[in-house]
Design a protein around this ligand. Structure first.
Ligand code: NDP
Length: 298
């Protein structure tokens, strides 16, 4: 059955947002606090503007408050740091997100590390990165968290499974590997300097592609009945049309896989839903309440 092979990120994200709306309401009834997310956008990057618009729209749709800060491309690093200090202190703001990439004259690491770890809903602060690798409860980067939630719907535990992550970025590849390790998978990370990538991928029961190279993963790379999660979002010209494709050649691998996420409609919708989940979890933890267990979501 073709439909059974497709992991429908759009549908899972929609259910997740409904759960978050309900859990957010419970939190509000209990504490009289509406979770609040501050989103900071620097400059005019068109893709960033679209992401920020969607993040704010979905934040409001689940009943949370959103606070948008648009800063000029030429803003001084100190002014951005001052804004983050104010947001760190604000009782209305439970989560802070600074949209990346930042202009070159701003040190992104310094900015991300200036956000209070308990308000760091992107999970990029060094403290949260360390906690994740230590297997402690923390705010986890949204895209790998979304992939993890999709995998959780298929397996409780990944003991005995080989997982291969293509890509070692701080935003996707590394945190994804850490989450897979926590689920007891045997994890390999491959990247641009890895030899025999195809052979390593072919041994994967779970293959996660987060590369940024359109349709790189072909049928010959994929083990029969593997589960393939395609994080890539690439815009290309194909058959005379402008198309969005992943890092996996979806049509080529489809016969071989047991499950696969499409692009669009796979990982993408999960990322923003997980931002909302992180905003709720940040709000709960700031009130010393327990966070939402992923196993209790569906
Ligand atoms: P980065 O560019 O930060 O990292 C890409 C990684 O892929 C690097 O580790 C790089 O290796 C590796 N790589 C690049 N080329 C090759 C190659 N030919 N063979 C093997 N490895 C290679 O990208 P991101 O992690 O930020 O994003 C990856 C993809 O996921 C992009 O398409 C992006 O648009 C998408 N994305 C999607 C999101 C969503 O919500 N669905 C969210 C975030 C990203 P090295 O480290 O050696 O350079």
């Amino acid at each position: 059955m073709v439909e059974n092979k497709i992991i429908d990120g759009k549908e899972i994200a929609s259910k997740l947002r409904e759960r978050i709306r309900d859990l957010g309401k419970e939190f509000k009834d209990q504490t009289s606090i509406t979770p609040g997310l501050a989103v900071v956008l620097v400059g005019e990057n068109p893709a960033s503007k679209v992401y920020v618009k969607n993040k704010i729209k979905q934040t409001e749709e689940v009943g949370f408050n959103s606070y948008e800060y648009k800063l000029d491309e030429s803003v001084k690093e100190t002014d951005l740091l001052n804004l983050i200090s104010e947001l760190n202190l604000s009782s209305k703001v439970n989560g802070i997100l600074v949209q990346l990439p930042l202009p070159k004259h701003i040190n992104s690491e310094k900015i991300l590390d200036s956000i209070l770890p308990e308000k760091d809903v992107d999970g990029f602060h060094a403290t949260n990165v360390g906690k994740l690798w230590g297997g402690r409860d923390t705010l986890v980067p949204c895209t790998p968290l979304g992939c993890s939630i999709m995998l959780n719907k298929l397996f409780d535990d990944l003991s005995g499974k080989n997982a291969v992550v293509i890509g070692r970025s701080d935003i996707v590849g590394k945190p994804m590997a850490s989450l897979l390790l926590q689920k007891n998978a045997t994890v390999t990370i491959v990247h641009s300097r890895t030899k025999d990538i195809e052979k390593i991928c072919k041994a994967a029961d779970i293959l996660i592609a987060a590369v940024g190279v359109p349709e790189m993963v072909k049928k010959s790379w994929v083990k029969k009945d593997a589960i393939v999660i395609d994080v890539g979002i690439n815009r290309i010209e194909k058959d005379g049309k402008n198309k969005l494709v992943g890092d996996v050649d979806y049509v080529d691998v489809f016969d071989v896989v047991s499950k696969i996420t499409p692009v669009p409609g796979g990982v993408g919708p999960m990322t923003i839903a997980c931002l909302l989940l992180n905003t709720l979890n940040a709000s709960l933890s700031q009130k010393s309440l327990p966070g939402i267990k992923l196993s209790s979501l569906f």
